[in-house]
Design a protein around this ligand. Sequence first.
Ligand SMILES: Nc1ncnc2c1ncn2[C@@H]1O[C@H](COP(=O)(O)OP(=O)(O)OP(=O)(O)O)[C@@H](O)[C@H]1O
Ligand SMILES: [Mg+2]
Length: 335
Amino acid sequence: MANLRLNYLLDRAKAMDLPRVWRMAGNIGRDFRKPRAVIFADMLWSATRYECAFQDYQDWDFAILSPAERRTFATHPKSNHYSLMLNTDKTANAQLSNKLNFNVRFEDVLGREWLDIREADDQALKDFLDRHADVMAKVPDSLGGKGIERIRRHEVTDLTAFRRDRMRNRQFLLEEFLVQHPDLAKLNSSSVNTMRIVSYNDGTKVHILATALRIGAGGDVDNFSGGGMYTMLSPEGVALYPAFDDNNATHGIHPLSGVPIVGFRVPLFAEALDAVQAAAQRIPEVPFVGWDVAIAPNRPVLIEGNYNTGVFQAKPTVSGLRKGLLPVYRAAIGR
Ligand SMILES: Nc1ncnc2c1ncn2[C@@H]1O[C@H](COP(=O)(O)OP(=O)(O)OP(=O)(O)O)[C@@H](O)[C@H]1O
Ligand SMILES: [Mg+2]
């Protein structure tokens, strides 16, 4: 029995990747001039006390927050609980998270052409590639920017090899590479810069819980994993604070374009909120959704909807705000 318990604890410890936590504690300790071991212990304590993931601890500067302040933050585990509690239709969740299904269902608001490579014959594939200078290949059921690859038309010389590689990587979905609004392209041209808008449909009304702007920085995608960063938006769609990235670096101006991030106004923002309202109403079976919304030159378009959305919140050390979005979540959701 004791052995079983020990094994269990060892498994948990392994799953937690303690060396990574120790590394993160070192960086955070350096930033805040606190002993690494103290931060390390506090990260473990916060994981159980506040359901705070280690990345959450870093992102929202838990090291300097009081217990009361910590409790206002929506953490990834807490958000996951909301998802489990609210998005109870597993079939609907699976359908939403499959990018091919999503594209079928939200065809009219995608603003881009797409193709299921398994259903396209060689001619259809060739025509698709000839119509688009760049395409985005996607694994239909992946997350966090994984399996996503930008492919330039001129790099494709052998169609058979191209198809074989896509099939091997399970990149069954090909999308036209979106052209984004020039304002967003100026901010960062390496990727399409999207908003993450979290919505909750209570059955009669759609509440907007969070609006963040994700910005790429040299990568083909704007996700953290692709070197991207994010900041929160005002109700008018203006970037409120410097953005921060996966490595805890903060950026008041964009590191590559030099364009100021603070004060950046997202074009067609009101239209984007309307698009999310409409989309959320279209899929009441999944009431709690994190939408990825891009802004094309003339209109907002939906990239995808996540039934198990991550959390996007202001970072206390850059925003000066020591309050998270949990009260907003609670007020809308009622729990
Ligand atoms: N058709 C497209 N054209 C250009 N860029 C795109 C396209 N589709 C997606 N992107 C870029 O790739 C990013 C990731 O795309 P998507 O949301 O489909 O993948 P994901 O792995 O599910 O992301 P996450 O789970 O982190 O939300 C987008 O935020 C955007 O920057
Ligand atoms: Mg996404």
